[in-house]
Design a protein around this ligand. Sequence first.
Ligand SMILES: Nc1ncnc2c1ncn2[C@@H]1O[C@H](COP(=O)(O)OP(=O)(O)O)[C@@H](O)[C@H]1O
Ligand SMILES: [Mg+2]
Length: 383
Amino acid sequence: MAEVVLKNVYKTYGENVNVVKDFNLEVKEKEFIVFVGPSGCGKSTTLRMIAGLEEISDGELYLQDEFANFLEPKERNLAFVFQSYALYPTMSVYENIAFSLRVRKVNKDEVDKRVREVAEMLGLTAVLPNRPKDLSGGQKQRVAIGNAIIRNPKLLLMDEPLSNLDAKLRTQMRVELAKIHEKLQNTIIYVTHDQIEAMTLGTRIVVMKDGIIQQVDSPKKLYQNPINRFVASFIGSPSMNFMDGRIQINGDHMYFDVLTKSRFDEKSKFLLPNKVKRALEDRFIRGNEAILGIRPEKFSYKQKSENDQYIDVWVHARELLGSDIYAYFEFQGKQMIASVPADTEVEVDSHVRLYIDLTDACVFDKETEENYMYIDSREEKRA
Ligand SMILES: Nc1ncnc2c1ncn2[C@@H]1O[C@H](COP(=O)(O)OP(=O)(O)O)[C@@H](O)[C@H]1O
Ligand SMILES: [Mg+2]
């Protein structure tokens, strides 16, 4: 059974301001779905339409196979956790968690049992008698989550629940949310603008831009097989690097002709690996300009294979991040980043030859920004 189905859903404000356009998604039971995209792309609006807090302008919503467009929020058997969680300041943690059962007149023993279970799961047992003002930010957010999950909702909707926490707490809560999902075995739809949160939490991720779904896929697939430049650039940290150029064919070989060279670079052509060549032979429109997409970790200070291509660059900054170093350089007037192992001698203000492994490179159409390397998994299944 599908838990949530959205069919051709639109949200329109005023005459024709479409903030969500033709949204189609089928969420299965027990999935952890993440909506991710830049601020203003329509994530919250979509979530609020599912919750019944926002009217659906056009299209259909089904909850557990029931047509749900016109159901009241409280008829929807779901719970919602917001970014700014409101706790009752005069009530204890216990009472805050118990609240939604109390208003439903659940008997006292049952309430007590559930509150203790939920508190245990969320690590709040020790603070049950405390007032919210005595809690840390992370604890407060956990109380809000406890309040939402105490009724054991089949569907839990969360809108940027960790945005108000500091970085360390966010990481910690991320791990805890994954555990909660594991234990509750419910369906979660989670909104965030943070791609790292999306990648670590989601079993499937819905990438949105300007109210339109770009791609729905597992974290791994999104990273390895982005449908277009937007997804390629949004997913992954640091971001993919992009080079402008043109595809050239010379006999059996295919090349990426780099349009403008850096001041230090002598070489202007990359021989493309067979995998890239085959994909382009099928799809590339001759004469079009192209953009080559290279993940930061595909650059290396050492040559690893005879197929490696290279560029000569000037490294102007570096950042050490534990196991990796990011080397910053300019290419075609844009900042690019190479991510190399921390034991690499990365000197600032130095001239360096960077080797490039192009095996998994992306090639985008300059106009449409679609990725020629993209494999539609439906096609893959058929093949
Ligand atoms: N009541 C409204 N009237 C007009 N536009 C609105 C209204 N509410 C939200 N919007 C617009 O809808 C777009 C999507 O908003 P939202 O769903 O909150 O984005 P996100 O959660 O992805 O940041 C934004 O451009 C926002 O300005
Ligand atoms: Mg939002």
